[in-house]
Ligand binder design. Structure first.
Ligand SMILES: C[S@@+](CC[C@H](N)C(=O)[O-])C[C@H]1O[C@@H](n2cnc3c(N)ncnc32)[C@H](O)[C@@H]1O
Length: 273
């Protein structure tokens, strides 16, 4: 293992398990990631291009894939501080008429599943009619111990997040919209300092959001091309600030209970019942 300082604010090119094994215990506050989904590099629909990465195949036996994800999540658990969180984005897949649900391997990890968040992408990945169009992905809030309570201005954003998929950064097939890691980091860490990790960081969206929110970050990706892209994005991070600010501006409580009472809104609701 190496001292944590060697990883801070770096984008490391390497295999996720090899790099994680060098990071010391209990030093990360928050993690966010979207791993490869084992979509077997098939088309997502006749209008949707297939997901192919430059540095790794997304094509494993399903059993092998799930054990790999458990191993990665348990390594992430080891390096996370007590009270820390990890937000894991995945989706329900259908293969050979069988549903494959992320819960089936998440329950095998050391993490406590704190919440399932629906990411309503408002656009379907598969536009054939074999099933109702799947417009959602999932984000699992995983915790080590007990997290701090969310402030109302964050919690009121609910467990259904309406965020459209990213349209720019066409050099990568599966980029996060920056609003997504921004929402997580700002809700969980607020203005506190902390270290955020993305172990499958791709173009570095989580890292750019962390930098703009004044957090330290660690990114890992196996593709040299994506690591270089992430480094360039971090250098130009300020250009992405308007979208980060516009997400932060959604974290407000317009009418507190106190204000509602003063305006008589609370009494009215009770009287109407
Ligand atoms: C869904 S993408 C993440 C995209 C990222 N959220 C973004 O906003 O750009 C998954 C990433 O995992 C990387 N990857 C695949 N296998 C890996 C491995 N064994 N170790 C590290 N990274 C890997 C791929 O190169 C790909 O960039």
């Amino acid at each position: 293992m190496k001292p944590i300082e060697e990883f801070i604010n770096k984008v490391i090119c390497g295999d996720v398990l090899e790099v994680l094994s060098q990071i010391p215990n209990s030093c990360i506050d928050l993690g966010i990631t979207s791993p490869p989904y084992n979509k077997k590099e098939k088309h997502g629909g006749w209008l949707v291009p297939k997901v192919v990465y430059t540095g790794a195949k997304d094509k494993r036996e399903e059993e092998d894939y799930q054990s790999w994800q458990v191993e990665v999540l348990d390594e992430l658990y080891r390096i996370t501080k007590e009270g820390g969180s990890f937000f894991y984005n995945h989706k329900v897949r259908y293969e050979n008429r069988k549903m494959i649900h992320p819960i089936s391997w998440l329950v095998k990890t050391k993490w406590t599943i704190w919440q399932e968040i629906i990411w309503h992408r408002k656009i379907a990945g598969n536009i054939r009619g074999w099933r109702f169009w799947q417009v959602e992905e999932r984000i699992y809030w995983l915790v080590k111990g007990k997290p701090e309570e969310l402030k109302p201005r964050h919690a009121k954003l609910t467990s259904v997040w309406e965020i459209r998929p990213e349209q720019s950064h066409k050099d990568h097939p599966a980029v996060f919209p920056i609003e997504l890691p921004t929402r997580i980091i700002y809700s969980v860490l607020e203005d506190k300092p902390g270290t955020v990790i993305d172990p499958f960081c791709g173009t570095g969206t989580t890292l750019v959001a962390s930098k703009l929110l004044n957090k330290d970050f660690i990114g890992i990706d196996i593709s040299q091309e994506y690591v270089q892209y992430a480094i360039k994005r971090l250098e130009n991070a300020e250009s992405e600030k308007p979208r980060v600010i516009s997400e932060i501006n959604k974290h407000i409580v317009e009418l507190t209970f106190e204000k509602r009472k003063k305006m008589g809104l609370w009494d009215k609701r009770i009287k109407n019942k």
